[in-house]
Write a protein that binds this ligand. Structure first.
Ligand SMILES: O=C(O)CCC(=O)C(=O)O
Length: 264
């Protein structure tokens, strides 16, 4: 791409998980936010093991994603019982009555390449035909990821384009997925393992190539307003049906209209 001056990457800001006002303001203004210390070290370790169990084996240089992790890992249900996480999520969605939207465990091995610049939002105006079109048209915050090794540019870290959450934001015409890092508005995120990384539904993001010799582990659980249903035309798979009918009573209301089983 042509002639942008080199840019000093802004370092990102962690906001205490109890400061819901600053987290939501930051997310609304900038299109991303980091809620600090949402889960403790013990929960981080449990979730690390979940990602390892669900995404191994993975070959050197590879990436594995489990888009139905919550259906197979009771420990992920415990996140729904974690008041600090729920309060951050509810505040960022802006509604109290929320349901589980989609979940993912993501493992990347050393040698995995850069994840190119993209928005997860599905901008198509035509009726949805695939899982991402069904699930990625909502306005609720994306991510929201726990980078369970921390996010840092030297650890395959996530970066976002500040301001790109706004509907009228357009990428410069010479951008593509393989563009580098000296781009206008890029913020490289620095988070700790118990931090929740949030970004807007439209926010453009990318992740650095990962080089370390331990697996990079991330877990994402997205919620949406309960009043929004996903018009998926098929009934739940047998596996999803079993999961939904055996859910513990305390979390079952969070699975009204669950459609995350589409994935994977
Ligand atoms: O963290 C990563 O490696 C990729 C995350 C990502 O691209 C996404 O959430 O869409």
């Amino acid at each position: 791409m042509a002639f942008l001056p080199p840019r000093q990457h802004a370092s990102s800001m962690r906001i205490p998980a109890s400061n819901l006002k600053d987290i939501t303001t930051h997310l609304a203004d900038k299109g991303w936010a980091i809620a600090a210390d949402v889960i403790d070290a013990q929960q981080v370790n449990v979730l690390r093991q979940v990602v390892l169990d669900r995404c191994s084996p993975c070959p050197p240089g590879g990436t594995r994603l489990d888009g139905k992790v919550i259906q197979h890992a009771p420990a992920v249900l415990d996140l729904l019982r974690t008041p600090r996480w729920m309060s951050v999520m509810r505040a960022c969605i802006g509604e109290d009555d929320v349901v589980v939207h989609r979940t993912a465990a993501l493992l990347r091995m050393g040698g995995s390449p850069q994840v190119g610049w993209h928005s997860d939002f599905d901008f198509a105006q035509t009726p949805p035909t695939n899982q991402d079109q069904y699930l990625n048209r909502g306005e609720w915050p994306n991510g929201p990821w726990f980078y369970l090794n921390g996010s840092h540019p030297d650890r395959g870290g996530l970066a976002v384009v500040e301001g790109s959450h706004r509907p009228d934001w357009q990428p410069p015409t010479d951008w593509d997925r393989s563009s580098g890092w000296d781009l206008p508005g890029v913020v490289e995120l620095h988070s700790e393992p118990g931090d929740l990384v949030l970004f807007g539904a439209r926010t453009w993001h990318a992740a650095r190539a990962y080089q370390a010799d331990i697996p990079r582990l991330s877990l994402g659980v997205g919620l949406r307003p309960a009043r929004i249903t996903i018009p998926y035309p098929h009934p739940p798979s047998a596996e999803a049906h079993d999961f939904l009918t055996t859910l513990p009573a305390d979390v079952a209301p969070l699975f009204r209209g669950y459609a995350g089983w589409i994935v994977g």
